[in-house]
Design a binder for this molecule. Structure first.
Ligand code: GRF
Length: 187
């Protein structure tokens, strides 16, 4: 059985969805790691007996020092894959001493709308499509090669709420499917 680690910063809806869809039938979620002590995902993981590490970035004097602790914590679980699901951190070169492949989910059709507020930017743009992408994590933000993406047409009466909901629905099928494909060596 392959091991994965999930990194998150917020509500953890993707985290919860991965726990429900993958653990333990498809793979073992060895741990979840967050940089925010108040992240809603912490209770969701604990409720499913997934070990949670809180590495509060405000307690570290530099980005590198935080990333060093992050890499050490990830390595202690010897995962096959690291999954960033709403992990809101800019990574320093120190993170890339990690030997494990890492993927990230981003709520736009990359390369469009990299970085923060991607859902809002994508909603407000003239683009007819919205969607989500999963890409390999590299040193440049949201710029690693795209592994999978899925899109939908904006409807005429689309609101930010309905648009956001559609993106989350896509994320909740795309991310587990992609993880399974990667672990099976199909990606
Ligand atoms: C997702 O939309 C993800 O694409 C983005 O942050 C959001 C995380 O939501 N990077 P959640 O914490 O999984 O609910």
């Amino acid at each position: 059985m392959k091991n994965i680690i999930i990194l998150f910063s917020g509500e953890g809806s993707n985290l919860l969805n991965l726990i429900r869809q993958l653990h333990p039938s498809e793979c073992h979620i060895a741990a979840a790691i967050t940089n925010r002590p108040s992240a809603g995902g912490i209770e969701k993981a604990k409720a499913h007996k997934i070990p949670v590490h809180v590495i509060d970035h405000t307690l570290y004097e530099s980005r590198e020092a935080f990333d060093e602790q992050l890499v050490q914590t990830i390595n202690s679980h010897q995962p096959d894959l690291v999954v960033m699901a709403g992990f809101m951190r800019i990574l320093s070169p120190t993170f890339f001493t990690l030997q494990t492949p890492s993927i990230n989910i981003h709520p736009s059709i990359l390369p469009l709308f990299k970085g923060a507020k991607a859902i809002e930017k994508s909603f407000q743009s003239d683009e007819e499509l919205g969607g989500a992408s999963i890409h390999w994590v590299t040193e440049e933000l949201d710029s690693g090669s795209v592994i999978t993406q899925r899109s939908f047409n904006k409807s005429i009466d689309e609101t930010l709420e309905s648009f956001t909901e559609k993106i989350h629905t896509i994320e909740h099928s795309l991310l587990p499917e992609t993880i399974i494909e990667i672990l099976n060596g199909q990606k």
